[in-house]
Design a protein around this ligand. Structure first.
Ligand code: SF4
Ligand code: SF4
Length: 403
């Protein structure tokens, strides 16, 4: 902070941090123990001590444009060692939660996703949308005969094709999920672009050169993704190594499930238009079905470890329970458990339960993707681009940041 700088605190922001898990920030007396223990903090980088004083001063605009805040992986080392119980890890988590709302588009949905009291509405929105399509497609009747989720939105037509070779079921699934997914991608793009501009505005020097798209991807984005996949920084955690044990299987489960979903869409939506019988469920022995089941188990195990770990952090290290943390854990657990329960009840042939779990599975998947840009799930994109920015600001395209 330069001498003579006028501090203009945002009191609303300080109040938000206090309510969102950062209520201890006033206890910080700038001893810098957290900067010593934080694996992200270098010799010339007083992180997160610097962010603690910015937060005390209510410097919202500096904090939401600070890549280091997004790079923190909430290991809790700083919170465990802080002699004042100021919980810097929680303060940073609260700043990130604020940033996702701050950059969120549209703002109304971003704000809705930021508070626990809105949970009933957040569940009701996908329930009503999916329920409406279920009602329109067949009056909410359960399909007769052998359990087949490919007939859920097609209970009277028995795999009859309606457009090209597409069944009504596949078409309705696409009508529900493709726009939701596209909307989430667009909203995340808007948010990340705003964050990047805010971070670039903080650079001390403005470069006359801009990287091309190819340079941006190869020099900054791909190296950041590679680092994330390897979990290098997580491995530097001291106090809380269980997080990497949960986060790693979870991340690979998501990648595998995305691959299976893409395969399934191509098989049913593209090939299915020309080849009869491609709409049937995958056989248990199909390699993609095996991959989906292994990924489903990895998802439940990974989120289970993170669930236990978060509870331990709250009990033993005094971390503050927040909607921001638990909403994501709850949504991912719901996706894993309902998906697995739908499969098991299908295999043991209990139609009512199988279709009920399938419906709940659709609701939870819809929630996970539609709300991705505003919940803790958003760290997937914000963190990736913050890491890319970290590489960008050290490159010839940008001046180095002074601390
Ligand atoms: S957060 Fe705690 S460890 Fe860090 S500077 Fe403040 S008092 Fe010291
Ligand atoms: S939670 Fe971990 S990564 Fe984040 S500031 Fe604290 S020590 Fe550093």
């Amino acid at each position: 902070m330069s001498e003579g700088m006028t501090v203009q605190p945002d009191l609303g922001f300080i109040k938000y941090l206090k309510n969102a898990g950062g209520d201890t920030l006033k206890k910080c007396y700038q001893c810098a123990t957290c900067s010593v223990v934080c694996p992200l903090s270098g010799d010339n980088k007083p992180f997160p001590r610097k962010e603690m004083i910015w937060a005390q001063w209510g410097l919202k605009d500096k904090l939401v444009a600070d890549p280091d805040v997004m790079l923190c992986h909430q290991c809790g080392d700083c919170t465990a060692y802080c002699p004042r119980g100021a919980k810097p890890g929680d303060v940073l988590g609260a700043i990130r939660a604020y940033a996702y709302t701050h950059y969120g588009f549209p703002q109304g949905l971003a704000k809705l996703c930021s508070e626990g009291k809105n949970l009933p509405i957040l569940i009701l929105i996908p329930t009503l949308i999916i329920g409406l399509f279920w009602w329109l497609s067949g009056g909410m009747h359960l399909p007769q005969g052998a359990i087949d989720f490919g007939l859920f939105f097609d209970s009277h037509k028995d795999h009859a094709t309606i457009i090209g070779g597409l069944t009504q079921n596949v078409l309705i699934i696409d009508i529900i999920f493709v726009p939701a997914f596209a909307f989430a991608v667009f909203a995340a793009y808007r948010g990340v672009s705003a964050m990047w501009q805010a971070m670039a505005a903080q650079l001390p020097e403005k470069s006359a050169f801009r990287p091309s798209v190819v340079q941006f991807v190869t020099m900054f984005l791909l190296p950041a993704i590679k680092e994330i996949l390897q979990h290098n920084r997580f491995n530097q955690c001291g106090a809380n190594r269980d997080r990497v044990n949960g986060h790693l299987p979870l991340m690979f489960a998501f990648i595998a499930l995305l691959a299976v979903t893409a395969y399934s869409m191509v098989r049913k939506d593209v090939v299915g238009m020309f080849v009869e019988g491609m709409h049937a469920p995958l056989a248990l022995s199909d390699p993609f079905k095996i991959l989906a089941n292994v990924a489903g188990i990895a998802l439940i195990v990974g989120i289970g470890i993170l669930w236990v770990n978060r509870s331990k952090m709250e009990e033993e290290s005094g971390a503050t329970p927040t909607f921001y943390d638990w909403f994501l854990i709850g949504m991912i657990m719901a996706v894993g458990v309902t998906g697995m329960a739908a499969q098991i009840t299908r295999l043991i042939e209990i139609p009512v339960l199988a279709y009920m779990f399938y419906f709940l599975h659709l609701v939870s998947v819809f929630m996970l993707f539609l709300y991705m840009p505003y919940t803790k799930f958003a760290h997937m994109v914000y963190r990736t681009f913050a890491m890319a920015f970290e590489k960008y600001r050290e490159s010839p395209f940008a001046g180095k940041v002074s601390q």
